[in-house]
Design a protein around this ligand. Sequence first.
Ligand code: MLT
Length: 271
Amino acid sequence: MTSPATHHVAVRDTRIAVHTAGSGLPLLLLHGFPLDHGMWARQEPLAEQLRLIVPDQRGFGGSTGPGPESIEQLADDAVALLDALHVAGPAVICGLSMGGYVAQHVAARHPDRIAALILVDTRLEADTPEVRSGRVDLAAKVGRLGQGLVADAMIPRLLAASPEARAAAGRSEIEAELRRTIVSQPVTTIQTALAALGARPDMTDAMRRLRVPALLVVGAEDELTPPACMEQAERVIPDARLLIVPRAGHMTPLEAPGVFNSAVLEFLRDS
Ligand code: MLT
């Protein structure tokens, strides 16, 4: 495996920090909200077989900019990043939660750029009015009280809550890592991303038309996007396989990295 490298790449009107490792079939890993590339650290072993491309999406982590205006904008950024890295052929696009919304938009807007889709702890549907209004409240509160409030509100819901999951080795490190990441995101990025998340459209019809294989992964204890969301996606997407991971919540690649990494490799071998 080549050692991971970090680049800063001009992408449209922003500069994207992107971490790359390995060679072979490109696998783009798109992080969730309000996180950055670091959430994929446990996927680094995949670079023994794949070319990993792991950006901080605009406004997050080391990438500049005021944060996303829309999920469509993030999808166009992702494709412009692939162009900037000279990825000419189709890539495997994988996203968790917000990253999963972005991945679906890449598939819908740029179908020639996608070899396979991996959706993790995400959903196809738009927000309900209640969820949307919760985002408006959170955006206002984060402006007054700072990012710690988002960490406090989200972390208990990001990780599996069963006694077995809480007792798992490495659990407190994952919690600390998530807190560090969330509090380091700019307030304006959190606010613009909340608005973009709330405005995103329903992707059910677009996913019905997907013409590449899809792997759907969800933690059995995911509270934010429960297994029913991915079961619904399995019914909609023509060529989909579903994996429900025991003792994992909304952060399956961190909570069960071995299971997740093996599932990705097996899926890509069979596709
Ligand atoms: C995420 O993990 O990216 C968020 O939970 C997505 C969302 O709030 O819809």
